[in-house]
Design a protein around this ligand. Sequence first.
Ligand code: FES
Length: 263
Amino acid sequence: RCAEARAIVRANTPVNGEYRLLTLDAPAEVLDCHPGQFFQLLCPEPEGEHPYLRRPMSIYGYDAEAGRLQFLYKVAGAGTRGLATLVPGDALNVLGPLGQGFTMEEGWRNLMLVARGVGLATLAPLARMAQQEGRRLTAVCSARRADLAMSVDLFRSFGAEVIVVHDEDGSSSPEALEALIRARIAAGGVDAFYTCGSSRLLRLLQTLGAEYGIPGEVAMEQQMACGIGMCQACVRPFREGDRRVQRRVCREGPVFPMAEAIL
Ligand code: FES
């Protein structure tokens, strides 16, 4: 169940040259979260810009016991510019948790997460879930530069094996990644894939998933307006068997079976 609540900023700090981490004290009614879900944040208005607007943001971390909620974001528009102005003690209206999160079927013992950029933040809560459920997780973290690979320490803290690949040439090229993933599959190490943040990675995992019969899930990134299934702004096509169907990313997603996504 989602709720609207007033959260209080605990910290709002840069984590590297591009991203900031927002930590909120939030009430229990919004903390029954699941990895892959998102919130609509009512971002403050930066001076001289649009009126208040809600912006969807995937959950980076949550802890119901501690009353904490975290978001990792890049300052990229009016909404996130507003968020960046928040200081400890400020209030922020949050609506959530929203959408359908990731699933982890019983037989999926060895998980492989392959993601890039801020997509890694969306997948971060999966690491804790994998550890709690006693699954093995390999996290392939792709970034433009090694120092921009996100969530690496967090993945490690939850027991994941982390492989960082980057564009300078550490090598995040499609050929190198494909070879790496094929080697893992050949060693019997992958029961399911998870991905977010890159069409190129999704396409690669779809191809390998189809070839080896490995299932997977993708968290789709999509422009949204209402975030609660009312406005149809987030509708996009998916594959269901031989049919093409329209689905609302905010409501039926944002997490979907990887094979159903149409790029
Ligand atoms: Fe309005 Fe999805 S954003 S229906």
